[in-house]
Design a protein around this ligand. Structure first.
Ligand code: SF4
Length: 306
């Protein structure tokens, strides 16, 4: 049965990788493709229509690699029953793809138990949120995505003197942990990780009764129905969620972390700055990791909100 591998991408350029360094390609997607291509034991790659770069990634992988790929249709609009139905049928199509590359369709009981197990793990991660540093939380979530398990880390005693800031934006890699460290170094803590690899993209807790009645519909409701994201049209749910969390966690500044060539987050930068009523810092990231520049910018930002 195929196992899900959520790559911890490696930003380094790879000699004979399918996608060479090139301008115009989102560094995250390029690293994803090259990591997938070099990762032993990958039976197939699942991508979505979330952005043009991911669509293009499927074309490139099909062209330059022999791995089977699956492009899942992710409707940008979300306010109609029709789009929920489309997502539901895409889950079924994904199931057929997984069966075609060696998977076995799970029994209803196995599916329910697996969903239950993941739901409990996410609940545990949520409960740890306030006790872990931003780095620890990111590491915990990345490990969970890779293994389905939560390894407990030593909890910290939250200190009220630290300035609470939020990270928002695209996916982070383990190599981006230094960004959390800079915030801590200059007297703050990342009290809300609203990046794609943080708390924002965790689906809502499952409803036990509905899970047993119709597990696929419950997956649809929990994932498609509740995760706020920048690609949604309208993306009002993202702002509503951010507003609620910023208030609840007494956030004093927001840092947008976006990849160079990521049009979705780039387009949001101006609007977010206008909309927020707390200070805002926009950091564009690439695979060269300009550590000094990022550290200096975070230092100046932290000083400005102290
Ligand atoms: S970071 Fe932006 S451009 Fe890159 S894959 Fe994600 S949404 Fe697409």
């Amino acid at each position: 049965m195929p196992e899900a591998v959520h790559f911890d991408t490696n930003y380094g350029s790879m000699g004979d990788a399918p996608v060479a360094d090139r301008e115009g390609t989102c560094p995250f997607m390029r690293s994803f493709m090259n990591t997938a291509d070099s990762y032993a034991g990958v039976a197939g790659v699942v991508l979505t229509t979330m952005c043009d770069q991911i669509r293009r990634a499927k074309d490139l992988l099909d062209l330059k690699s022999s791995m089977p790929t699956f492009l899942m249709n992710l409707p940008a609009t979300w306010q109609t029953a029709h789009t929920h139905q489309l997502y539901f049928s895409e889950l079924k199509r994904l199931g057929r793809f997984l069966a075609s590359i060696g998977g076995e369709p799970p029994t209803r009981e196995l599916l329910c138990n697996t969903m239950d197990k993941y739901d409990k793990a996410r609940k545990l991660i949520r409960s740890l949120g306030g006790q872990l540093t931003g780095r620890q939380l990111l590491t915990t979530i990345l490990k969970f995505h890779n293994t389905g398990r939560v390894s407990l880390q030593p909890a910290n005693t939250p200190t009220t003197e630290k300035i609470s800031v939020a990270f928002v934006g695209g996916p982070l890699s383990i190599q981006d942990c230094s960004l959390f460290d800079y915030v801590e170094e200059f007297g703050g803590r990342v009290a809300l990780d609203a990046t794609e690899t943080g708390e924002r993209t965790m689906p809502a807790p499952f409803d036990r009764g509905r899970l047993r009645d119709n597990p696929l519909m419950e997956l649809t409701d929990a994932y498609f129905g509740t995760i706020p994201d920048v690609f949604r049209r309208p993306d009002s749910a993202l702002y509503k969620w951010l507003q609620q969390e910023i208030r609840a966690r007494e956030i004093r500044g927001v840092v947008l972390l976006r990849y160079v060539w990521c049009d979705l987050w780039h387009a949001e930068s101006h609007r977010m700055k206008e909309w927020l009523d707390v200070p805002f810092l926009d950091i564009d990231m690439n695979e060269e990791h300009p550590e000094v520049r990022n550290r200096t910018r975070i230092q100046a930002f932290m000083e400005s909100i102290a």
